[in-house]
Design a protein around this ligand. Structure first.
Ligand SMILES: [Zn+2]
Length: 311
């Protein structure tokens, strides 16, 4: 029985029956560099990305994120989706942008100030240095974490670490030769393509575990001011780094709202219900796509029609 249900949830049938749903999807890097050295768990090949976009275009009216989260007048006999990319990877500019542009598909990109300014973030630095014992030991120490033998250092830091300026110092690497993240020029190009630019904090720390409130404030506010300076647009969309419920708390939400963000995104993998639009502020769920197969994506979409997740 379980298998029959799972098979049914991996087809497009449920969405042909259930209408009036909205979904926000999140991807990260789109690149044929596989395995990817700086984002191994968050990279999608270009060929798979094309197929994913074809699937989503078939299932949904893909509209701008702005409209998806604010327009209460959307047609209840259709299903809608919006696409988002987190972290501002260069492959999104080089590989995803031409595909989306040629099909007139709107999307949003959430940027980290430090990635734009210095082409590095602690997460990608840690992946690039995963075999550098000294670097990883320094990072664990700065995050006040101790590791058991079989634990993955990066996951352990995300799940348990404590984040402060000392951690940021320990995470820095010398400038990278390769361009991993988009810079100011690429963001300005996206703006001229009408791409929505959102804030993803300065350094991609776990905001629920920033040890000092001053750091939490600067992580959210400085990145927002920086992106406003580049885009000359109001930055009102904020995607919480990592985005699961252990990665933020009331202080995180309060800080994001106090900075003037109107829409806050998690990675709790649910659909967006229409009635929620009237209850402000609320946290907007997103479903991660990355390198998932079409069947897996269908399953992740359809299961939200029968269950509400709290991750
Ligand atoms: Zn991110």
């Amino acid at each position: 029985m379980k298998r029959i249900l799972k098979n049914m949830l991996s087809t497009s049938l449920p969405l042909r029956i259930s209408k009036g749903n909205r979904f926000v999807f999140v991807l990260h890097e789109v690149s044929d560099q596989i395995p990817n050295p700086y984002a191994p768990d968050y990279s999608t090949s270009i060929a798979l990305f094309r197929k994913q976009i074809d699937l989503l275009s078939e299932l949904f009216d893909i509209i701008s994120l702005d409209r998806l989260v604010s327009d209460s007048e959307l047609d209840p006999t259709k299903n809608y989706a919006a696409l988002t990319f987190d972290d501002g990877y260069m492959g999104v500019f080089e590989n995803a942008r031409p595909i989306l542009k040629s099909q007139n598909i709107p999307y949003a990109v959430f940027f980290n100030k430090s990635a734009v300014e210095s082409n590095q973030l602690w997460v990608s630095n840690a992946e690039l240095s995963v075999d550098n014992v000294e670097y990883i030991a320094g990072l664990l120490k700065a995050a006040k974490c101790s590791l058991k033998d079989d634990q993955d250092a990066i996951r352990h830091i995300v799940a348990n670490g404590s984040f402060d300026d000392q951690f940021l110092t320990a995470s820095k690497l010398p400038p990278q030769q390769n361009k991993i993240y988009m810079g100011v020029e690429e963001i300005q190009q996206l703006v001229s393509d009408q791409v929505l630019i959102g804030n993803h904090s300065s350094d991609h720390l776990v905001l629920s575990r920033c040890s000092d409130p001053g750091l939490l404030h600067s992580q959210i506010k400085e990145s927002q001011v920086f992106l406003n300076g580049i885009t000359k647009k109001e930055i009102s969309h904020f995607a919480i780094p990592f985005g699961h419920k252990t990665d933020y708390n009331e202080a995180t939400i309060a800080e994001a709202l106090a900075s003037g963000h109107k829409y806050i995104y998690t990675t709790n993998p649910n659909r967006l219900k229409l009635k929620k639009l009237t209850k402000k502020p609320f946290l907007i769920p997103r479903i991660g796509i990355d390198n998932r197969s079409l069947k897996e994506i269908l399953f992740y979409i359809n299961r939200t029609l029968i269950k509400n997740y709290d991750l």
